[in-house]
Ligand binder design. Structure first.
Ligand SMILES: [Zn+2]
Ligand SMILES: [Zn+2]
Length: 95
């Protein structure tokens, strides 16, 4: 064994990912709580971004949104707004 990590496979059964329902064959650790396990992909997705600008930004297909307060353009948001009638740009939001 040249430094290979011990992998656990739940007696060959694996686990189910709570996010996508996909199968998790092996884990590099033995989970104590298997009700909240995520597969590698989902784990990567949910892990906090290392860099701030890794966050997904929304730009309304490049059009942005008008600020409800000053009428200025909001070109990007860190979330997809459900209600666009009351959006505020960063400046107005801070006020
Ligand atoms: Zn998953
Ligand atoms: Zn504004």
């Amino acid at each position: 064994m040249d430094g290979e990590r011990t992998m656990h496979d739940n007696n060959g059964q694996g686990w189910v990912c709570v996010d996508c329902g996909g199968k998790i064959d092996k884990l590099p650790f033995e989970p104590r709580d298997d009700s909240n396990l995520k597969c590698f992909d989902c784990h990567k997705k949910s892990a906090p971004a290392h860099r701030r600008d890794d966050r997904q930004m929304y730009d309304n297909d490049g059009q942005g949104w008008p600020c409800a307060e000053c009428g200025g353009n909001i070109d990007k948001l860190p979330f997809e707004p459900r209600d666009t009638s009351n959006l505020k740009c960063r400046d107005c939001f801070r006020k």
